[in-house]
Design a protein around this ligand. Structure first.
Ligand code: B12
Length: 269
């Protein structure tokens, strides 16, 4: 067990502006914490039998930008964070390699196109479940991993390493307060209340809607993460009064700004 390597990894992440880091032992996947759990072939030890520890990082989605969604602004941020995620997990794998522990990254998404997802809506590996097992947060009704710092407004990336690192505990509190704002705000009712408490998305409907937004250059939708009340980012960005999303008179300046962004650089939704 290398405490020193974990310390070095934490410093490395700090220097790379990566705010969230968690580690889970690869065997943790074999002890399902809830059902339905991910089938065996999706687990780290099935994908890479040499893996010992699974490292998960999280990068934030800025709340003032996702508030403009669906928009070209959020679309661009999504692409930027995705690139940063893949570069970061790839670099961290090299960092661990250089310390003598062969390691590999897992791409942040892992699908070729939305039309492929329509026929087979699963990626070969789930970062959400990895982040849950690495103690970064808990699942919300919106089917996203909620974190104390950013709620669901965080994108996740994973590294498989042969290093045996000190691990984090799974969070023992439920961050989701079941306010159902995510479910009510979904424009295509893909998070139907009747799914609760499973919180599983109607993948086909969600995917289809995102495909229609992609044609207008304003994908992904992101409403279910925009309206989530969880996350200290709401305090930092002064967005604790959630009525501002429903009632224009609370912040007419913001609604004007969102409309302005939405009417440039993309087709209208
Ligand atoms: C496919 C996908 C989509 C699809 C389908 C939606 C969906 N719910 O899967 C589309 C394109 C529509 C989409 C939309 C969104 N996504 Co998406 N998406 C993914 C992706 C690539 C794979 C998810 C997956 O297949 N997981 C693997 C399976 C095993 O997990 P699961 O789907 O949760 O499966 C459970 C159930 O379905 C159930 N189950 C029941 N029957 C069966 C049968 C089988 C065979 C299996 C395997 C499972 C199963 O059991 C499983 C375990 O609980 C991941 C990236 C990744 N590789 O993890 C991102 C990811 C989940 N998405 C993400 C985000 C943020 C979003 C959006 C908010 C869009 C956005 N970026 O703004 C929306 C939210 C939609 C929602 N509320 O669910 C983030 C989540 C971050 C977080 N904090 O949790 C991820 C992790 C990307 C990332 N790298 O950060 N997404």
């Amino acid at each position: 067990m290398s405490n020193k390597l974990r310390d070095r990894l934490e410093v490395k992440c700090k220097n790379m502006d990566i705010p969230l880091l968690g580690v889970a032992p690869a065997e943790r996947w074999n002890d399902p914490p809830f059902t339905p759990w991910i089938p065996e072939e999706f687990r780290p030890l099935s994908i890479w039998p040499e893996v010992c520890s699974v490292i998960v990082i999280g990068l934030p989605i800025d709340l003032p930008i996702i508030e403009t969604a669906p928009s070209i602004y959020y679309h661009e941020l999504y692409n930027t964070v995705n690139t940063f995620l893949d570069l970061s997990t790839y670099r961290l794998a090299r960092f661990l390699d250089n310390h003598g522990y062969p390691s590999i990254y897992v791409p942040r998404d892992g699908y070729g196109s939305l039309s492929i997802l329509k026929d087979n809506p699963f990626a070969f590996f789930s970062h959400r479940h990895a982040a849950y097992l690495a103690g970064l947060g808990t699942f919300g009704v919106n089917n996203m991993l909620l974190t104390p710092e950013y709620g669901p407004r965080v994108r996740l990336g994973t590294i498989f390493t042969t290093a045996e690192l000190p691990v984090d505990d799974v969070m023992d509190i439920d961050l989701c307060i079941k306010c159902m704002r995510c479910s009510r705000s979904c424009p295509v009712e893909a998070l139907d209340d009747t799914d609760y408490p499973l919180g599983l998305t109607k993948k086909e409907i969600c995917t289809q809607y995102n495909a229609s937004l992609a044609r207008k250059h304003v994908s992904p939708c992101g409403r279910c993460i925009k309206v989530c009340p969880i996350g200290r980012d709401r305090v930092r960005f002064k967005r604790t009064d959630l009525r501002l999303y429903d009632r224009e008179y609370i912040r007419p300046d913001l609604h004007r700004a969102w409309k302005h962004v939405q009417s440039h650089g993309s087709k209208q939704v």
